[in-house]
Write a protein that binds this ligand. Structure first.
Ligand SMILES: *[C@@H]1O[C@H](CO)[C@@H](O)[C@H](O)[C@H]1NC(C)=O
Ligand SMILES: *[C@@H]1O[C@H](CO)[C@@H](O)[C@H](O)[C@H]1NC(C)=O
Ligand SMILES: *[C@@H]1O[C@H](CO)[C@@H](O)[C@H](O)[C@H]1NC(C)=O
Length: 498
């Protein structure tokens, strides 16, 4: 069980993290109260974005493309879990640990990690507010029942110890669990997993002498059929963030064209985000731990006369047009040429409609994102969560930037950079660099444009001019089969039938 005293020390440590930033006692008091009442273990709003490891291929979205000044947490997705042993496993070693980016040396002695983990760790060293969390599961692995281990106590212990090993080896700040979705008979066990993870993370933190807690988050459903299967009372204290998947309310499984991420109402689907938030709060979830998930993609309906109408099909994938799989579209490809955009400020939802093609795509516009952000601020929630980073627009129409501007200050709780027991020498030695001071590059309000440091890949640990890279960097190997049949379905939260 999660004892009261360990909870207290967890809270104390969280406060310790903020007090390191505060200059004076009165300021610190104010900050502590602010934190206790609103922010859980952060000191500003969070902006949590999924980075998908298959995004480095056709989508060509690399870690250096992450807008570090608009985000506080990266959910690196997905890792998998062995359904029997409970051990966490990586899913694409080329993307995760092997790919050599332009500045990566091939001439290193000792053991070095490359791939996205090295790049993300480099971003962390330069941007001390940026926390990187490994996301385990997702729709595909969940559907394949890989979370069946959860009712086995010994397998949970294996999950927990492999989680701690992953944090230390890859230089991470926490673990995110995307279990879609617990069955009633798994409810208690899933709660126990979160409690056991917290106990282990706190011990790990204490053992390292770190001031800042390691993070635990879970992607949770906004659908009543599923959210009743979370043991919210048991999980709220140990969890850092409830990442509410407030999308996928409508799609190919629906009988009518409808809104996929409406805040209120829910004509024909019965789903809306407000009722889900009220449920979590009513069950005792801390408001400052709930992050509001928002889609950076649309879902299409063909041959329909308009919204809440019958339709016929969802269209076909058009990869060059921004649809990586049938029925879903990157936000940056929307609206489609010739379609007009309709915003409903009562239900807080939007869609585009092409009268000629009879095609409707439900997706969030910047105005709708702004209204949702005002809702999360008013309800004292933690902040925003995004599926997924590669699909956003640049500039004023960026959904993440729009939301950030409406929230104001972002969380600047420092990340972790010290991993003395990593199996990788370059993680152990901070990539041969000196980490930035915490708070030295806080995400300050306002301002378009690329993040100052995000476009430079992290320096390799060897400073000598690297030899010409092997030909494999010129033409990276095709993704392994696990990622060419990707896991990309955006974690439908409510509607897909089992
Ligand atoms: C690796 O070791 C060799 C031999 O000791 C040395 O010449 C070389 O500079 C080392 N390379 C790096 C990147 O440290
Ligand atoms: C679609 O309609 C059928 C027939 O009325 C109904 O049984 C089913 O539950 C509906 N599905 C959804 C997702 O609403
Ligand atoms: C907004 O959506 C609701 C249903 O969700 C609908 O009843 C209302 O008519 C819509 N408003 C407009 C202006 O379309």
């Amino acid at each position: 069980m999660f004892s009261k005293s360990s909870l207290l020390s967890y809270v104390t440590l969280a406060l310790g993290a903020s007090s390191a930033i505060a200059a004076s006692i009165p300021q610190r008091r104010a900050q502590e109260e602010y934190q206790l009442s609103r922010r859980a273990d952060t000191n500003g709003y969070v902006s949590i974005g999924y980075f998908v490891n298959w995004g480095i291929y056709a989508r060509n979205f690399q870690p250096a493309d992450i807008k570090v000044d608009e985000l506080t947490h990266i959910l690196y997705s997905f890792a998998d879990v062995d359904p029997t042993s409970g051990e966490i496993k990586l899913t694409d070693t080329y993307a995760d640990t092997d790919k050599h980016y332009p500045d990566d040396s091939w001439d290193t002695n000792g053991t070095s990690v490359y791939g996205c983990f090295k790049q993300l760790y480099g971003l962390k060293l330069k941007n001390r507010h940026l926390k990187v969390i490994l996301s385990v599961g997702g729709w595909t692995y969940s559907l394949a029942k890989h979370f069946d281990f959860v009712t086995n106590e010994a397998a949970r212990a294996t999950f927990v110890s492999s989680a701690v090993t992953m944090l230390e080896d890859y230089g991470l700040d926490g673990i995110d669990i995307d279990f879609e979705f617990p069955e009633p008979e798994q409810k208690e066990a899933f709660g126990k997993l979160i409690v056991e993870l917290r106990t282990a993370f706190d011990a790990y933190q204490k053992g390292k002498g770190d001031d800042v807690p390691y993070l635990i988050s879970a992607a949770v459903s906004a659908g009543p059929d599923h959210y009743v299967n979370y043991d919210i009372k048991a999980m709220d204290a140990p969890i850092s963030f409830w990442n509410l998947m407030a999308y996928d309310y409508a799609g190919s499984w629906s009988n009518y064209s409808a809104d996929q991420a409406n805040l209120y109402n829910g004509e024909t689907t019965g789903f809306n985000t407000d009722q889900a938030i009220k449920y979590f709060l009513g069950e005792g979830a801390t408001p400052g731990k709930i992050s509001l998930g928002m889609p950076i993609y649309g879902r299409s309906f063909e041959k329909t006369a308009g919204i809440y109408q019958p339709y016929d099909g969802i269209g076909t994938a058009d990869q060059s047009g921004g649809s990586w799989e049938a029925g879903t579209w990157d936000y940056k490809a929307l609206p489609r040429p010739g379609a007009k955009v309709i915003e409903n400020t009562t239900s807080v939802a939007s869609y585009s409609y092409d009268e000629t093609l009879q095609e409707l795509i439900t997706y969030d516009t910047p105005n709708i994102i702004k209204m949702k952000t005002e809702y999360l601020v008013k309800n004292k929630l933690a902040g925003s969560m995004w599926w997924e980073l590669s699909a956003d627009k640049q500039g004023a129409d960026s959904l993440i930037a729009t939301s950030k501007a409406a929230m104001g200050g972002l969380d600047s709780t420092p990340n972790h950079v010290n991993y003395p027991k990593s199996k990788y020498d370059n993680i152990k030695n901070n990539l041969g660099t000196t980490p930035a001071e915490p708070g030295s590059a806080p995400p300050s309000g306002g301002g378009e444009g690329p993040a100052p440091s995000s476009s430079e890949p992290s320096a390799p640990s060897s400073t000598a001019a690297p030899p010409p890279p092997p030909s494999s960097t010129e033409a990276p190997p095709p993704p392994p089969t696990t990622s060419s049949t990707p896991v990309p379905t955006p974690s439908p939260s409510t509607c897909k039938r089992k």
